[in-house]
Design a protein around this ligand. Structure first.
Ligand code: ADP
Length: 320
C-alpha cells in the first residue's frame, strides 16, 4: 500500500479543481497517507516543486475557482528524459502514486508514468466536457452557468435595442456548452461542430421569426466553429436586424464552482484515493448514470462520446 501520494492539476484550469484537491488530500490523510501537492502540472514533478498538504492546507478552497496548485502545460513530460526525471522525483520523495486532474493530454501523461512504475489515476477536470470516457467533467456545470448568466445579460440589451446577439461560447471542438447554454437561454439558433448547419437556414429562421413579431435574437456559436463576427455581419446584411458578436472567452473558466461541480469533485477525489490505496493505477475516474466509475486509461482514450442529437433537435423545435 502506498504511503505517500502526490496530486497535481494539469492542462486548462476548471472550477472545482480545488474541491478535488481538498477531497483527495483529506481522503488520503484519513487512510494514513502523506500528501504532496505538486505545482504547475507535470512541471512540478520534473523539477521537484511541491509542498506537503495537510488537512488545514486545503481549508477554505472548496468554493474557489482556479487551482491552488497552479496548472501548466509541460512539453518535457511528453518525452522519455522528462518522464524519467518525473519518475526519479517520485522515487526520491517516496511518492508511490499520483492523482492527475486534467484532460485527455494529462491522462496520456498519467498512462506514460503508470507504465514506468508510478501508479497514476486521472480525474476529468475541464469545462468543455470533452472527455469521452465520462458523462461529466469537473467545471462543466459552473462554466455553463457562467455562460447562461452572461447571455441573459446580453439578451436584456438585445431585447431593448431589437438586436441579434451572436454569442461564442467555449468548449474547444465540443458543442456541449453551446447546446445546453443555447437551450437554457432560449437561443433561436445553435451552431456546433457535431451537427450540420447553414447560414441560409439561420437567416431564413430569423426572417420567419421577424414576420411573427419577434424582434430580438440570440444565436449561440461553439468555439470550434468560431467566426461569430462574420456570422453577425451576415445576419445584419441579410435581415433587417442589427447584430453584434460577443466572444465570452476565459471568463467561463473562472468563478466559484456550482454544487454539482463541488459534489462531483468530492466523489471523484475520494474514489481516486480508494484506487491508489489498493495500488491500482493507469485508471481514469468517470461518471456514468451519475455513479462514479473507473476505466483503463488506454480504453478511455479510445472511447467516443455520443452527442445528444435529440436534445439539439428539441432546442431548434422550440425556438421560433
Ligand atoms: P489537457 O490535459 O487539458 O488535455 P494538454 O493536452 O495540454 O491538456 O495536456 C496537459 C499536459 O499533459 C501536457 O502539457 C503534457 O505535460 C502532458 N501530456 C499531454 N500529452 C501527452 C502525451 N502524449 N504523453 C505524455 N504527456 C502528455
Amino acid at each position: 500500500m502506498a504511503k505517500k501520494i502526490g496530486i497535481l492539476t494539469s492542462g486548462g484550469d476548471a472550477p472545482g479543481m480545488n474541491a478535488v484537491i481538498r477531497a483527495v488530500t483529506r481522503s488520503a490523510i484519513r487512510k494514513g497517507f502523506q500528501v504532496m501537492g505538486i505545482k504547475r502540472g507535470y512541471n512540478g514533478l520534473i523539477n521537484g516543486d511541491m509542498i506537503e498538504l495537510n488537512q488545514r492546507s486545503v481549508s477554505d478552497i472548496i468554493q474557489r475557482g482556479g487551482t491552488m496548485l497552479y496548472t501548466a502545460r509541460c512539453k518535457e513530460f511528453r518525452y522519455e528524459p522528462g518522464l524519467q526525471k518525473a519518475k526519479q522525483t517520485c522515487i526520491d520523495n517516496g511518492i508511490e502514486g499520483i492523482v492527475a486532474i486534467g484532460g485527455d493530454g494529462s491522462f496520456r501523461g498519467a498512462a506514460d508514468l503508470s507504465a514506468r512504475g508510478i501508479p497514476c489515476v486521472g480525474i476529468p477536470g475541464t469545462i468543455d466536457n470533452d472527455i469521452d470516457c465520462t458523462e461529466y467533467t469537473i467545471g462543466y456545470d459552473t462554466a455553463m452557468n457562467t455562460a447562461v448568466e452572461l447571455v441573459d445579460k446580453l439578451r436584456d440589451t438585445a431585447q431593448s435595442h431589437d438586436r441579434c446577439s451572436v454569442v461564442e461560447v467555449m468548449g474547444r471542438n465540443a458543442g456541449y456548452i453551446a447546446l445546453n447554454t443555447g437551450i437554457a437561454c432560449g437561443a433561436t439558433y445553435i451552431i456546433t461542430n457535431e451537427m450540420p448547419y447553414s447560414i441560409d437556414d439561420l437567416i431564413a429562421k430569423i426572417n420567419d421569426c421577424l414576420k411573427t413579431g419577434k424582434h430580438h435574437f440570440i444565436v449561440i456559436v461553439s468555439e470550434g466553429i468560431g467566426g461569430s463576427e462574420e456570422i453577425a455581419k451576415e445576419i445584419e446584411k441579410r435581415t433587417s436586424i442589427e447584430s453584434r458578436a460577443t466572444i465570452l472567452g476565459h471568463v467561463q473558466r473562472g468563478g466559484s464552482p456550482t454544487v454539482r461541480d463541488r459534489v462531483a469533485a468530492s466523489e471523484m477525489g475520494y474514489y481516486a484515493v480508494e484506487l491508489l490505496s489498493k495500488g491500482i493505477g493507469n485508471r481514469v475516474i468517470g461518471m456514468k448514470d451519475n455513479k462514479v466509475i473507473d476505466v483503463d486509461i488506454q480504453e478511455a482514450l479510445k472511447m467516443r462520446k455520443p452527442f445528444d442529437e435529440d436534445l439539439f433537435k428539441l432546442a431548434h423545435e422550440i425556438s421560433f
